[in-house]
Design a protein around this ligand. Structure first.
Ligand code: IMP
Length: 433
């Protein structure tokens, strides 16, 4: 048995959904450990495209167990919708999807607060997905969150909801100058109970379940959402999400100890993208950026927003290797670069004082004013789309991949050359690690 964590190594949207879907064939259990429906994991099976927001990407394989871990924040209505959508596509979640009783709920007021606050921040906004993620995690940490475990067992649950709704209405109206209709606590309570009754059969102590699966000798796959530089501690703060997206989050958010982890794979896009606001040193506001956007179809799977595009940034990735303890790399969207005559890799930054940095510095004021230092290589200018054999890649594409491995000192075990499952080069079996 082997337990593997998969994380995004950049700013999210690296193509984790496809990699998790591929590896789920071998893993019996797939665990999402943080985030909520801010994620959009796209998986293409035959001619169907699935975009999963809350349910782990492993659900598309018949015999897997998929777990929504305690570290996630769950919008119950959205989850019920996703279960229904999967059912309409012939995928039944009942009996296979399990939800941690310690996961927190995204309440209707969290969504209103998220959007109202962004409007208030105006030019300094974060560019959130508006799904209530930040406010839900704030309540969790502030010990005013609502967990599945407490819904039916808590004797003063109704009073709690009344109090929370009243407090949030006051903030919306008097602090955030929110002009829309305020929430009615009876309605919030009734809707929550109604949705909860539908989801109750899915709820369990998932940490215990994962432990049982480990003892039975199954492979467990921990599926990260977003990316390393959106991590609340290690990302480009404050332009981050509100959870620990890095590998350490799999232990706290899945409910298992670090000694149980055997390998950690970082999913890396062959170039860089970012959606939302915040520093992005290798961003390209030119025709090359447009080419990457067009060829890579770089539009958010959750909000449909255009993703900002830029060159591969080894300084960013070196930090991702360190923070996550990456043992393997999965490089995605190599084929998107097929038409480029010249390819650049950022190998250092210069700040406004002329000081060189080999990794992304932590200071916000520095992050915003970094000039990338590039090395360049010749492109391959032929199609790699759908290639399944490493030897069939053009020489310059192999050189590019080798350079990434050398700079990061981590081996590549998967190269993705297209959106479908079969558009993949597999170089190593991570579960044998
Ligand atoms: P939030 O997670 O909705 O609070 O958004 C915080 C930041 O994370 C914003 O810049 C979002 O665009 C970004 N973000 C959140 N989820 C994803 C994702 O799945 N992919 C890429 N960016 C994301």
């Amino acid at each position: 048995m082997s337990n593997v964590i998969i994380v995004g190594s950049q700013w999210g949207d690296e193509g984790k959904g496809k990699i998790v879907d591929l590896l789920a064939e071998q893993a019996g259990t797939i665990v999402r450990f943080q985030g909520g429906n801010n994620a959009g994991h796209t998986v293409m099976v035959e001619s169907k495209t699935f975009i999963l927001h809350l349910v782990p990407s492993g659900i598309l394989h018949d015999n897997t167990k998929c777990i929504i871990g305690n570290g996630m924040v769950v919008d119950l209505d959205e989850l019920l919708k996703e279960i229904e959508e999967l059912r309409n596509l012939g995928i039944e979640s009942k009996g296979r999807l399990l939800i941690s009783d310690a996961a927190n709920l995204i309440m209707p007021y969290h969504k209103l607060l998220d959007v109202a606050r962004e409007e208030r921040l105006n030019s300094r906004k974060i560019g959130t997905t508006g799904r209530g993620i930040g406010p839900a995690y704030e309540d969790k940490v502030g010990r005013t969150g609502i967990r599945f475990a407490d819904i039916e067992s808590d004797s003063d649950f109704k009073e709690k909801i009344d109090r929370f709704v009243k407090d949030k209405n006051l903030i919306l109206k008097y602090v955030l100058d929110y002009k829309g209709p305020l929430l009615d606590s009876n309605e919030v309570f009734e809707n929550l109970l109604e949705s909860y009754r539908q989801i109750a059969p899915y709820i369990c102590d998932s940490s215990e379940l994962i432990d049982q699966e480990i003892k039975k000798g199954g492979h467990i796959l921990f599926e990260g959402a977003q990316g390393t530089f959106l991590d609340i501690d290690h990302g480009t703060y404050p332009f981050v999400t509100s959870s620990n997206t890095v590998s350490g989050g799999a232990c706290t958010g899945g409910g298992i100890g670090p000694s149980k982890i055997d390998a950690i794979a970082g999913v890396v896009k062959a170039y860089t993208t970012r959606v939302g606001e915040g520093p992005f040193p290798t961003e390209l506001n030119d025709e090359i950026g447009e080419l990457l956007s067009r060829e890579g179809n770089e539009f958010g799977a959750t909000t449909g927003r255009a993703r900002r595009c830029g060159w591969f940034d080894a300084c960013l990735l070196k930090k991702a290797v360190r923070i996550n303890g990456l043992t393997h790399l999965a490089v995605t969207k190599l084929d998107v670069m097929d038409k480029l005559a010249t390819i650049a890799i950022c190998i250092a930054y210069e700040d406004e004082h002329g000081t060189r940095h080999s990794v992304m510095p932590s200071k916000q004021s520095l992050q915003e004013k970094l000039t990338p230092v590039y090395e360049t290589m010749d492109g391959w200018q032929c199609s790699t789309s759908g290639v399944t054999d490493y030897g069939q890649l053009p020489e310059n594409a192999r050189k590019y991949l080798k350079r990434i491995e050398d700079l990061l000192e981590v081996p590549i075990f998967i190269v993705s050359t297209g959106p479908k499952r079969e558009h993949t080069i597999i170089l190593d079996d991570i579960f044998a690690a």
